[in-house]
Design a binder for this molecule. Structure first.
Ligand code: MG
Length: 267
């Protein structure tokens, strides 16, 4: 099933997507008691929200061999784990705002795992039992800051740097789906999650060895080769087989309030 969150008549609602129709749920789908209300909306009549509002966004670096190679890094023998702020998340259709046009800011197509029940010290054979479903995430990254800091949090946590959606698909083999990203219609990344160095079960095991995962938390699982820079006016489409298309336009945020040095006060 395809689960989503949306706004209608000023209310944040939950639902299941069937074709172009949304069947409303009476509460959050992460809660097992959610029921259909009987209300149906058309997808074209609502505004999508990110399909989940995670407490934690756990990210995995260098999880496709060809991407490790293009980054000039060795393949890690264990998943490389870091965290980014959930406040960077935006839904399908919202703009990616570039705060500094002098920096190289890249797209990164990734499969995101949405946790369905609390997980700690999970065994590999049970790992997928803790998953609610899967969605797409564009792990937008400021390479200048990533290099300068040596830590990834600042480079990857600016507002709008984590487009997420459009829906959460629950029926998916996460270790064999096609993943593709286009910029202005041109294919830039095209791979399959069967190329992951550490598969989805291994990621859940390794992350849950360290921290407790709660329902709604997401793990973004790394990007394939072909990463490259974004510029204002670019139209980015991240498509994952079975999930759909996450579309976001890029805009210049260098002149937006709060993102640049203040004008000096004049008398
Ligand atoms: Mg990434």
């Amino acid at each position: 099933m395809k689960y989503l969150r949306f706004v209608k008549n000023g209310q944040n609602l939950f639902g299941v997507l069937e074709g172009e129709s949304i069947r409303q749920l009476d509460s959050d789908f992460l809660n097992e008691s959610a029921k259909f209300t009987g209300e149906v909306f058309q997808l074209s009549d609502v505004k999508l929200l990110p399909p989940v509002n995670p407490g934690q966004v756990i990210a995995i670096g260098l999880n496709y061999a060809l991407h490790a190679e293009e980054s000039g890094k060795a393949i890690p023998d264990e998943p490389m784990i870091f965290m980014v702020s959930p406040t960077a998340i935006v839904p399908d259709g919202e703009e990616i705002v570039l705060p500094n046009l002098d920096h190289r800011i890249d797209y990164e197509a990734e499969l995101a795992v949405v946790i369905g029940k609390q997980a700690k010290g999970v065994k590999k054979e049970e790992a997928l039992d803790y998953v609610f479903g899967y969605t797409a995430c564009n792990d937008v990254s400021d390479r200048n800051l990533q290099k300068k800091d040596g830590q990834f949090t600042r480079a990857k946590s600016f507002a709008t740097f984590k487009p997420l959606g459009p829906v959460i698909e629950t029926e998916l083999n996460p270790n064999n789906v096609e993943i593709k990203l286009t910029v202005n219609g041109e294919v830039r990344q095209h791979s399959n999650t069967d190329d992951l160095i550490h598969d989805i079960e291994s990621l859940i095991v390794k992350v849950s060895e360290v921290m407790t995962l709660n329902p709604g938390d997401i793990i973004i699982t790394g990007t394939p080769s072909g990463v490259g820079p974004l510029k204002p006016e670019d139209e980015v489409v991240l498509e994952i087989e079975g999930i759909g298309k996450l579309r976001n336009k890029v805009v210049d945020g260098s002149k937006q309030a709060g993102l640049q040095a203040e004008e000096p006060h004049t008398a």
